[in-house]
Design a protein around this ligand. Structure first.
Ligand code: SAH
Length: 259
């Protein structure tokens, strides 16, 4: 643990509690045997995953020192040195795979948006985030923390808030509490609307979350006349996935049919 000094700009907060590491590794439910760990650092989670010979396990780590540490301690581990955000996930396993990690908190949202983009490849995610991000992802309509990622991810995943983790189990301790969440694909293969448009509608709807949809969606520059007035009078944070699908369908129905 002391051999590598934590680098703040890489969001390095190394977990030092073995029980929690074990619990996180154990939270994968085995929907697939292919597993990618993001940001293994000094391998506190990695060792449990690597020890499980039933898994086809890869890890990606951006920090050269950590990669060297992992190579010397776990010579047979398949660790890719690089940036998860740049990694081409479509050809990584050529199989659906799970994503796990005590993630670098500075890129939490970007990791989750990438999961959303690659949802057809990723049946399961288990990960530690800062508590506030975990709560946002798991939030339900009507709550203050409900936002873009809650809607987009819950359209395709069942999301469970598993447990809260205190600052003092990390080296160095982060300023905020952390939490572990689990996402599992919910059986929805495709939405009943244009998914790219759905994504835009959700993002634009929450861009100005205090405004009614009638005002927020103006930015789309599309015909909103087909959307029922009661939906347009609401704010994005009050709407379920089904509401956003319905709104997307209405906008689609107003598009020229030769689109
Ligand atoms: N899993 C380890 C380390 C967590 S800290 C533990 O629990 O102790 C987050 C880790 O993510 C660090 O090792 C950091 O170097 C790595 N990291 C940061 N940005 C990354 C990126 N873009 N791609 C891959 N790894 C990254």
């Amino acid at each position: 643990m002391t051999e590598v000094r934590a680098k703040k700009h890489l969001g390095q907060h190394f977990l030092k509690d073995e029980n929690i590491a074990h619990q996180i590794a154990d939270s994968l439910t085995g929907l697939t045997s292919h597993v990618l760990e993001i940001g293994p650092g000094m391998g506190v989670l990695t060792k449990y995953l690597h020890a499980n010979k039933a898994l086809d396990f890869h890890a990606i780590e951006i920090d050269t020192e950590s990669v060297e540490y992992l190579h010397s301690h776990y010579p047979s581990l398949h660790v890719i040195e690089g940036d998860f955000l740049q990694l081409d996930l479509s050809s990584l396993f050529n199989q659906p795979f799970a994503v796990i990690g005590n993630f670098p908190y500075n890129i939490s949202s970007q990791i989750l948006f990438k999961v959303y983009d690659y949802r057809s490849h990723i049946p399961e995610v288990v990960g530690m985030f800062q508590k506030e991000v975990a709560e946002r992802v798991a939030a339900k309509p009507g709550s203050k923390t409900y936002g873009i990622l809650s809607v987009l991810l819950s359209a395709f995943y069942d999301i469970e808030y598993l447990f809260t983790v205190h600052e003092h189990v990390f080296n160095p301790p982060p300023k905020v509490k952390s939490a572990v969440i689990r996402l599992r694909r919910n059986g929805t293969d495709a939405l009943d609307c244009d998914e790219a448009l759905f994504t835009r509608v959700v993002k634009i709807g929450f861009n100005q979350r205090r405004k009614t949809l009638r005002n927020a969606l103006k930015q789309l520059g599309m015909n909103l006349d087909t959307i029922p007035a009661d939906l347009l009078a609401k704010r994005a944070e009050q709407l379920s996935v089904a509401d956003f699908v319905a709104i997307t369908q209405c906008i689609q129905s107003a598009l020229p049919s030769d689109k």
